[in-house]
Design a protein around this ligand. Structure first.
Ligand code: ARG
Ligand code: ASP
Length: 689
């Protein structure tokens, strides 16, 4: 009896997933998860999710550009992604006469679709475990550098073989589990991708940075593109003769809607996570890196916002820059809080104590201690490096000076660089950022870690303000005419400019004083992490480990669910048009909706129009634009964000709090019809219910 009970307990412990809904799984290995997915409501098979022999859902999912996800929704190459993923392309087509960012854009037929130079979408052809081939010739007596070169040479051979003979093929070998495993990914890359539709920013970016990373959310964060191919359906450069790409698979669309508890599954490309990091690594993030970078970005954002509020022209110049500065700034705040609230550092320390006890006498003995001391050695240097990237490297004039130097021999490139720089440059912002950042640099970074150049300048000028005054008065880069008049012979003049001098001095400091130590530590950390990863897998034999995100295709599954961010508060998982009207305020830029939307609402009958929903899918940056799929494999939404209180999910996933935010597909359809007047697009979509 006792023995049976014990067996039962062991059995239960083995089948119990450690944390519900955590994980971003490799599609090629989805057969290992499919029973759990089906137990939670999924009604398709592993082959339906990923197959190399037949069309499967993976054939309808793409890497959009170089950092987002998109999905095919028709047999004629129609693609959905986020508005913020298409943003820069929409911006490039915008001018004062046609402000597509502000007013939206809708092609009314194929001839009106707009080509986008440089935009690609990548379809995954296949992925396979190539660990043995990658490590061929490696033996454990080799140094880490020797191992790296074995990996590099073997990987190059594998990718060359995988892409030989195919049109538009791209292949890469990616390390998983810190290099305990390697996978080959082969993509077919299409490079004629045209803009079909985008809502006005007051819908596509509704809530702006105020609502970013937050719930309740009401952003219509979508844009629509079409993939074109040569007549043979293969990738081709842009040409009028190209035809809509016929995908192997496209998503059918469900209009049945979502309710709390429904199974959901996100198929996309999360960028980067570190779920298996050790305590010192996490402590550095939450106690040093996040807070200090937040403080530095607050300085910049305050300056930018001050001038954006004063002038519409500056708002246009800096809205995209401000969005990218504030996006990580806000995420880090949620992340640091989440790490603290979950006491992650102590939880990890406790885990490490148990690991160490278990590791005695094994090859893992001493590993945690080694990592600990490596982080302690590296972190002050790493913090200085982060100061470099968040201060000197963000002064716009300095980076511009460096690109002018790089283009000095090429008049056309020089002119282009200068045009695009001055179009969006507002000197008072840059100057005030310079002063605030150089001030903070000296105050916050320990003196031993400050470059001699910095100390000399501060001693000579007496203040960052005086330094800035002099630099901005003397630099030629502030003057567009002077820059446009530069010739290859002017190299000496360019080199002697105080802006370039400062750019170089900071770079040299990073390159000579910081980089060598950081690289040396990182190389040892990578090696130790590889062992530590394997060690954790050996230590917890019954746990299913998913590899950290690295922008490769993953499956995350869970269900629609609200959450309780604080005592006494519960957030429902669905938002509606009523909430948009509640937030609507013509005096607040982020909440000023198009008049058309007010009018439609006033007609009545649209109060319950769904807009966004929450689910427990484990996602990360890069999952933006990912299809959100129901139990039958049909499209119900587009992923675009996470909730602020759960942004620590890149380091630790708390199933109570971590939620992804998706656009309800029915709001996208509503906008196409009611705002864009482009319901002709429905003809090529397939609706299932
Ligand atoms: N937070 C989302 C992501 O990380 C959306 C960012 C774009 N929106 C914005 N208001 N900045 O990409
Ligand atoms: N907004 C993110 C993206 O652009 C998604 C996230 O971080 O949850 O990929």
């Amino acid at each position: 009896m006792k023995r049976n009970l014990l067996l039962l307990l062991v059995f239960l412990a083995a089948i119990q997933p450690l944390r519900a809904d955590e994980g971003m799984w490799l599609p090629a290995l989805i057969s290992q998860r499919i029973a759990d997915m089906q137990a939670k409501g999924f009604r398709l098979s592993a082959e339906d999710v990923y197959s190399v022999n037949q069309a499967s859902l993976k054939d309808a999912v793409v890497l959009f550009g170089s950092g987002c996800t998109g999905e095919l929704v028709s047999d004629e190459g129609l693609l959905f992604t986020n508005h913020h993923c298409g943003y820069s392309y929409i911006q490039r087509h915008s001018s004062v006469e046609h402000d597509y960012l502000k007013d939206g854009f809708w092609a009314m037929n194929r001839g009106e679709e707009l080509p986008n130079r440089g935009l690609t979408v990548s379809f995954l052809d296949r992925m396979e475990d190539v660990t043995d081939a990658v490590l061929k010739g490696y033996d454990t007596s080799m140094t880490e550098a020797q191992r790296d070169s074995v990996v590099r040479v073997n990987s190059r051979a594998l990718t060359a073989a995988a892409t030989a003979g195919g049109k538009g093929l791209r292949a890469s070998v990616e390390a998983l589990y810190y290099g305990n495993q390697y996978f080959l990914f082969v993509f077919k890359v299409y490079r004629d991708v045209r803009l079909v539709g985008a809502p006005p920013s007051s819908i596509g970016k509704f809530g702006g940075d105020t609502d970013n990373w937050m719930w309740p959310r009401h952003t219509g964060d979508f844009s629509i593109f079409r993939v074109y191919a040569g007549k043979d359906n293969e990738p081709a450069d842009y040409s009028e003769d190209n035809v809509p790409y016929r995908p192997k698979k496209s998503f059918k669309i469900s209009r049945a809607g979502v309710k709390e508890g429904d199974f959901t599954f996100v198929y996309g490309c999360p960028g980067s996570t570190k779920e298996y990091a050790m305590s010192e690594d996490v402590r550095y993030v939450s106690e040093f890196s996040d807070p200090q970078k937040i403080a530095l970005r607050t300085l910049r954002l305050d300056n930018i916002k001050k001038y954006m509020d004063m002038s519409q022209a500056v708002r246009i110049q800096y809205s995209s820059k401000a969005a990218s500065v504030s996006n990580a700034w806000k995420k880090w705040q949620g992340e640091a809080k989440g790490i603290e609230k979950n006491d992650v550092v102590n939880v990890k320390r406790d885990y490490e104590r148990r690991f160490k006890a278990w590791a005695k006498g094994t090859r893992y003995e001493g590993l945690v201690e080694r990592l600990d001391s490596l982080f302690n050695r590296r972190n002050p240097y790493y913090l200085a490096y982060e100061y470099y990237t968040e201060t000197a490297r963000t002064i716009e004039l300095l980076s511009f000076a460096s690109s002018v130097r790089n283009n000095l021999e090429n008049p056309q490139a020089l002119a282009n660089t200068a045009e695009s720089f001055y179009k969006d440059y507002f000197r008072p912002i840059d100057e005030e950022n310079f002063v605030a950042l150089m001030d903070a640099f000296g105050k916050n970074l320990p003196e031993d870690f400050q470059p001699a150049y910095y100390k000399e300048k501060m001693a000579a000028y007496g203040s960052a303000q005086a330094w800035a005054d002099d630099l901005f008065a003397r630099t030629l880069f502030i003057d567009k005419d002077k820059v446009l008049a530069l010739k290859a012979e002017d190299s000496d003049k360019v080199e002697a400019d105080p802006a370039l001098e400062m750019y170089d001095a900071f770079y040299d400091w990073y390159n000579e004083d910081l980089r060598p130590v950081i690289n040396e530590c990182n190389s040892e950390i990578n090696l130790a992490y590889r062992d530590y990863m394997q060690g954790q897998m050996d230590f917890e034999k019954d746990k299913a480990f998913y590899p950290d995100a690295n922008l490769t295709l993953r499956v995350a599954y869970g269900h629609v669910e609200g959450y309780a961010p604080a005592d006494g508060v519960y957030y429902y998982p669905v938002s509606t048009l009523k909430g948009i009207i509640e937030k609507d305020d013509p005096n607040i830029f982020d909440y000023d909706i198009p008049q058309r939307l007010r009018d439609i609402y006033a007609e009545g009958g649209h109060e319950d129009q769904p807009v966004c929903f929450l689910a427990t899918n484990h996602t990360s940056g890069g999952n933006s634009g990912s299809p959100v799929i129901n139990a039958d494999g049909n499209l119900i939404g587009i992923n675009f964000d996470r909730v602020w209180e759960g942004t620590m999910s890149d380091i630790v996933f708390d199933p109570e709090i971590c939620r992804n935010i998706s656009l309800d597909i029915r709001y996208l359809l509503f906008c196409i019809e009611q705002i864009g007047g482009a319901s002709y697009l429905f003809d090529e979509m397939t609706f299932v219910d």
